[in-house]
Design a protein around this ligand. Structure first.
Ligand code: SF4
Length: 536
């Protein structure tokens, strides 16, 4: 069998491990092509593999690379909620008990990181010994150094020591309290006076951002070299985890960091991805485009992760065309100005029409818009306005292929909408848009409503949900399994409706209240109150 890894072009130099190096497995709970396309996974792997005091092997669902037989540490990067099933499968494959309390001194320390666990780790808390909250640039070295200091101690001592490091969360050292077994979450507190009462997500403030450490034709985006242009987003759309959880907004300096990184990558491939929650917000984005427009880069394919609607100029469209990109995606959220005000999207319908016109003038063939239904305060009239806006774009900019991708609003921890439930009307609203748009020849791509319900469940879940997750894993990850799990486990946790659809009181204790994000809860309450002023 041909190795998954033979094609890799490394952009860092792995260290030679010392004889007493710590054996460590760093896993991505999905296939290699997916994992190796995650910039976060690449960077963490390279950081670990660059240390001579670690002996690092990689593990994916479909392959492994030099994994040690008796690891002392096993780590996971979790990018998608439902990949938890694969985390548990891989733990069993490694003969490690899936619940942390079942592990003994003979088992490795299991750590996790990545966007899903940083947002709300509680539904998964019982599966991990350690969760790293925040930017890896800071946390990884501190985690490994702290482990080195207690390497020969027993497990309890190791975990107690690790819990002292800012950003390192050891869930088993915190005890939640509920109002009865299936009642509401009440509080969570350390089990020992020596454990910090709160864990604060760590923020990296250095002046370089992440870039690919490996390029391979086997990546889901074949042979792509990824450059993180910005981190976070200053726009603060009230539903947006990518903005609220990763504040403050940071940019990679163009001359000192971005251009040298791009030139390094383009020496080994001709495909580049510019990543970030809002890349066109980079203050020197025009100059970055000019750099890529030099003749030596004519053959380079450029992909942009996201484009702010009011930054779509004909020049941007021309640059993308020149670099082999035929379409552009803009997030508009809704056709209703009122809904855009509720979510704090500073964008008018006229600006959306101008962006579409610019895309066409610049030569792009297609425009994908991204929207949402079920936003708090949304009415059916707002949804009708989305259908009307799409029809207006089609009328004013004929010949541009239009697609509307549409999801259901899902509340996310650490955002001002964390107290809001999923609107049960959202499914009907998606179907309405489907009927209206497809009949006009506009491509409509809805995301599954039931999938959004599961996302919301995990997003606002507490630790009792781990039993639901295990049940679903055993019975097959279908919607019916979730419903059956709540029926069977009803005496051990609140109903599904409580987690997913109910509007929570803003004074209600939250399962993640001991884990501090960038903004205090009082600021989130203020932003929620501001959103409500637009709902009348
Ligand atoms: S502009 Fe996009 S990335 Fe920025 S806050 Fe709004 S939705 Fe999030």
């Amino acid at each position: 069998m041909v190795s998954l890894f033979f094609d890799e072009h490394l952009l860092f130099t792995p260290a030679s491990s010392t004889s007493d190096a710590i054996p460590l497995i760093f896993a991505f709970p999905n296939e290699y092509s997916v994992g190796i396309t995650s910039l976060g996974y690449q960077v963490v792997w390279a950081t670990l593999a660059s240390r001579s005091d670690l002996n690092v092997g990689r593990l994916f669902m479909d392959g492994q690379d030099s994994i040690p037989s008796q690891p002392e540490i096993v780590g996971f990067s979790l990018s998608w909620e439902l990949d938890y099933v694969n985390v548990l499968d891989l733990l069993e494959q490694l003969k490690v008990p899936v619940r942390s309390h079942q592990r003994t001194d003979a088992h490795p320390i299991v750590f996790g990181g990545g966007p899903v666990l940083t947002a709300n780790p509680e539904p998964f808390a019982d599966f991990f010994d350690v969760i790293l909250l925040g930017d890896g640039e800071l946390l990884l070295a501190e985690f490994v150094d702290a482990y080195q200091a207690v390497r020969t101690s027993d497990r309890a001592t190791q975990l107690f020591h690790l819990a002292q490091i800012p950003g390192i969360y050891v869930p088993s050292l915190y005890e939640p309290e509920y109002d009865g077994a299936n009642g509401m979450f009440q509080a969570i507190a350390p089990i020992d006076a020596g454990i910090p009462t709160q864990v604060t997500k760590q923020t990296y403030r250095g002046n370089t951002l992440s870039t690919s450490t490996v390029v391979t034709a086997k990546a889901a985006w074949e042979s792509i070299y990824m450059v993180e242009v910005v981190r976070s987003c200053p726009e603060l759309c009230r539903f947006c985890l990518a903005s609220y959880l990763t504040l403050p907004f940071r940019v990679a300096p163009l001359a000192k960091s971005l251009i040298p990184a791009i030139d390094r990558g383009l020496a080994v491939t001709n495909r580049i991805g510019l990543l970030g929650a809002s890349v066109t917000q980079h203050p020197e984005f025009e100059a970055l485009l000019q750099h890529l427009n030099q003749p030596q880069y004519d053959h380079v394919r450029v992909s942009l992760a996201s484009v702010r609607t009011n930054t779509v100029t004909a020049q941007l469209a021309e640059t993308l065309i020149k670099h082999d990109t035929q379409s552009i995606t803009i997030a508009v959220e809704s056709g209703s100005e009122r809904v855009r005000q509720i979510v704090n999207k500073k964008l008018t319908t006229d600006e959306i029409l101008v962006a579409a016109a610019n895309a066409k003038v610049g030569g792009l063939k297609a425009l994908k818009l991204y929207g949402m239904v079920g936003v708090p305060g949304e009415s059916m009239t707002d949804v009708e306005q989305t259908a009307a806006m799409m029809a207006e774009i089609k009328k004013q900019v004929p010949g541009l292929k239009l697609t509307l991708g549409c999801s259901t609003f899902v509340p996310k921890a650490h955002t001002p909408f964390q107290w809001c439930g999923v609107n049960p009307e959202a499914d009907r609203r998606l179907k309405y848009l489907q009927k209206q748009l497809r009949s006009q020849g506009i491509d409509f791509r809805p995301e599954s409503y039931k999938g959004s319900v599961v996302q919301a469940l995990i997003s606002r879940g507490d630790r009792r949900l781990s039993h639901v997750l295990e049940y679903v894993r055993q019975c097959g990850a279908s919607w019916g399994s979730y419903r059956r799990a709540f029926k069977e486990l009803g005496d051990r946790l609140p109903p599904l409706d409580f987690y997913v659809h109910q509007q929570w009181d803003t004074e209600q204790p939250l399962p993640w209240q001991h884990l501090h994000g960038p903004l205090p809860v009082t600021t989130l309450q203020k932003h929620w109150a501001e959103a409500q002023t637009h709902m009348a």
